[in-house]
Design a protein around this ligand. Structure first.
Ligand SMILES: Cc1cc2nc3c(=O)[nH]c(=O)nc-3n(C[C@H](O)[C@H](O)[C@H](O)COP(=O)(O)OP(=O)(O)OC[C@H]3O[C@@H](n4cnc5c(N)ncnc54)[C@H](O)[C@@H]3O)c2cc1C
Length: 389
């Protein structure tokens, strides 16, 4: 079976590796001239890392990734612990795979490097597609055309494939704006920050930070409500002074981290309404192309990796019935992806509560039966997306 994957992000690259593993003839077409993830971090939880480990990537992931010991959520002003749960050996022992933190470029490159030569075609921007009988013909801006038995749109939140198949519809600005910074370790040695996933919750904002690149860099993301920035490019520069001003009353650790930014970038967070269907004929979608979500569950990329694993297993099981495999793919994946879209949106509210009764009730719930405890997070981390039959 010939499969064309459009988009060489984390979703597209990992799907291609999973498709190859089950014997499909897969090629990836990426619009950019080379694989270039932005300079930021990404958390990969065991539900996704177990799927990548099965691709033989353990050594590369251990070399590039950082293994956090805990998740630590704190209050914005006095730094009081709201919730602390293990993410280290206990999580690996319980769920059979580690929790990793990566620099995004490291993760994208290790996936791209695992693809056999000649499978990844950069400089290929999809501009059109046509379904003819049992084939899909993809057209690229550079004049190339490709024929495949199945085309998978892994081309992100602005998916061209989604637009071509389901008609134009714009992503929605959520009202949240993120500033990010990568802080060299030597600038913050005095803060003594442990290797963990840290977050700080406060009125109308939260801050997440964790070590990447062999603990040489701290990845910091500051998300605020009511931002007036609506551009969605990870490479638009912001002003460190603006971030400091917005977090003026926050805990000194948060302010020290922001003050140590060599530079900052600003990004408006978008999402999309749930799609009624992900597939049409021999074209389907995965990852942000079909279920973009806010980052408050740290699951967007993880879900794209799960999509690829599920689709690979179904195509292997039903090679003579691609539309049937796609129907089953949607049936098994959509409820979980939609649940995570909703959980992410709910966490946005929960993380950003103003101080008051609701915030106190949230803090009480986090302290007594935290949602990140091993007992409560099993529904997310224990899931094996390859078990689809
Ligand atoms: C602040 C923030 C923090 C996050 N943190 C996490 C986290 O910790 N853990 C996690 O799991 N998720 C996280 N996410 C979500 C995650 O970044 C995304 O869900 C994930 O990157 C989506 O991967 P994708 O491959 O579907 O799409 P993308 O990464 O957008 O990749 C799409 C690819 O398709 C290419 N493309 C686009 N159009 C075309 C075309 N016409 N032709 C050819 N190629 C094309 C693009 O160039 C790109 O390479 C976070 C998101 C944000 C905003």
């Amino acid at each position: 079976m010939k499969v064309a994957v459009i988009g060489g992000g984390i979703g597209g690259l990992s799907a291609a590796l999973q498709f190859l593993k089950v014997g499909l003839d897969v090629h990836v077409y990426e619009q950019a001239p080379h694989i270039a993830e932005i300079g930021a971090g990404i958390q990969i939880s065991p539900n996704a890392s177990r799927l990548l480990l099965r691709l033989g990537l353990r050594a590369a992931m251990d070399a590039a990734g950082t293994r956090p010991r805990a998740v630590h959520q704190r209050r914005w002003d006095d730094g009081r612990t709201l919730q602390r749960a293990p993410l280290g050996p206990e999580v690996e022992a319980t769920f059979g795979a580690p929790y990793y933190h990566f620099h995004r470029a490291d993760l994208a490159n290790l996936l791209a490097d695992a693809l056999p030569q000649g499978r990844l075609h950069v400089g290929h921007k999809l501009v059109g597609l046509e379904q003819k009988g049992e084939h899909v013909i993809a057209r690229f801006e550079n004049g190339a055309t490709v024929e495949a038995d199945l085309l998978v749109g892994a081309d992100g939140i602005h998916s061209r494939v989604r637009g071509l198949v389901f008609g134009p519809e714009k992503p929605r600005f959520t009202g949240c704006v993120a500033w990010r910074g990568l802080v060299p370790a030597e600038r913050i040695t005095h803060l003594g920050l442990e290797i963990a996933s840290h977050s700080w919750l406060g009125p109308d904002a939260h801050v997440v930070h964790y070590w990447v690149s062999g603990v040489r860099m701290m990845n910091v993301v500051c998300v605020v409500e009511h931002g007036d920035w609506t551009d969605e490019s990870w490479t638009d520069k912001g002003e460190v002074a603006d971030v400091l001003a917005r977090f003026e009353a926050w805990h000194p650790t948060v302010r020290s981290l922001i003050g140590a930014f060599p530079e900052t970038f600003i990004w408006a967070l978008h999402d999309r309404a749930e799609l009624p269907s992900w597939s049409a004929g021999r074209v389907t979608l995965l990852g942000d192309a079909c279920h973009p979500m806010l980052p408050m569950m740290a699951q967007g990329a993880a879900q794209s990796i799960e999509d690829g694993a599920a689709l690979a297993m179904l195509l292997k099981a039903m090679p003579e019935d691609i539309p049937g495999a796609l129907a089953r793919y949607e049936a098994v994946r959509k409820p979980r992806a939609t649940k995570l879209q909703q959980a992410s949106a709910a966490n946005r509210k929960r993380f950003h509560l103003p101080d008051g009764a609701e915030q106190r009730a949230r803090d009480e719930a986090m302290a007594t039966s935290g949602d990140r405890s091993i007992a409560n997070i099993g529904w997310l981390y224990a899931h094996d997306a390859a078990e689809v039959l």
